[in-house]
Design a protein around this ligand. Structure first.
Ligand code: FMN
Length: 262
């Protein structure tokens, strides 16, 4: 079993995304898989020019940048993998430009004039199944705690999976990253006692991917659980503005504490 993770954080290997990918990798290698990480921020990735050359006879399914940047090399590695992990932070309610620029280049791997019906019953054009139709895992992290924040990305990967006939083998969402110290602050475990269980679930997710090819719903839930301790009554009361304002005050103090930037 070969698992390839694409890390889309602009902070490359320094960020929370990489920290979470490493948890996944630990579980996956314990489960006997080979786990590789591609750090997109380290690569040269030109943007699709929409020149359409990839759909001409002379240049069929080849991009004008194939010999000039690193994208085709990553596509080749995707083609060799059994599972692809898209590991991405939320940037302004969506994906980082780096990941979108990379994904736009998939356009050069499909014949847009060859219309087909996907297994899920969608009209779509030909694409390279070796690159696009592998089981995928979406690993999403963000700092905000509202449910809406990662929604666009969750929806994006569900749509991607549907049109590409790529089973969504896992959906792992880790919010409150700043509160948790982005995986780099030992004090985070005191602030958020549930954090250890959430990180443990990322390792478990890796193990399940390696051994069964998918992440169990219960493991996804544990990885994505709310880590900010909140009694049920407060959770209810938080719908009232004055309570929410009080919580905001508290959160501000904690965030500053976590950053050490008071
Ligand atoms: C340009 C930019 C935009 C961001 N937008 C959001 C956002 O809309 N919502 C959110 O919760 N976090 C947002 N964040 C915070 C990141 O999602 C968060 O810090 C994440 O951990 C970054 O990944 P990294 O630690 O791997 O770099 C943003 C960060 C940056 C740099």
């Amino acid at each position: 079993m070969k698992i390839l993770a694409l890390n889309a954080s602009h902070r490359g290997n320094q960020g929370h995304t990489r920290f979470l990918v490493d948890k996944l990798a630990k579980g996956a290698t314990d489960g006997g898989a080979q786990f590789e990480v591609v750090t997109l921020a380290e690569l040269k990735i030109n943007r699709c020019l929409s020149c359409g050359k990839c759909n001409t006879r002379e240049h069929y399914l080849r991009c004008v940048y194939d010999d000039k940047d690193d994208v085709r090399g990553v596509f080749n590695r995707m083609a060799e993998a059994d599972i692809i992990v898209f590991a991405t932070p939320v940037y302004v309610f969506s994906m980082p430009g780096l990941l979108k620029t990379f994904l736009d280049r998939l356009y050069a791997t499909g014949d847009v004039f060859d219309l087909r019906l996907t297994k899920s019953g969608m009209f779509f054009h030909h694409l390279d199944p070796d690159i696009c139709s592998k089981p995928i895992v979406a690993l999403i992290c963000c700092d905000n705690t509202e449910k809406e924040t990662p929604q666009n990305l969750i929806s994006y990967f569900r749509t991607y999976a549907k049109f590409h006939d790529a089973p969504l083998a896992g959906l792992l969402v880790r919010n409150a990253g700043r509160f948790a110290g982005h995986g780099r602050d030992p004090g985070a475990f005191e602030r958020a006692p549930r954090l250890a269980a959430a990180y443990q679930a990322f390792e478990q997710a890796g193990y399940e991917l390696a051994t069964t090819g998918r992440v169990k719903p219960s493991t996804q839930k544990a990885a994505s659980q709310n880590i900010i301790p909140m009694p049920p009554l407060i959770r209810l009361l938080k719908n009232f503005q004055p309570v929410k304002r009080k919580m905001l005050e508290q959160a501000r103090k904690m965030t500053r504490f976590a950053n050490g930037d008071v």
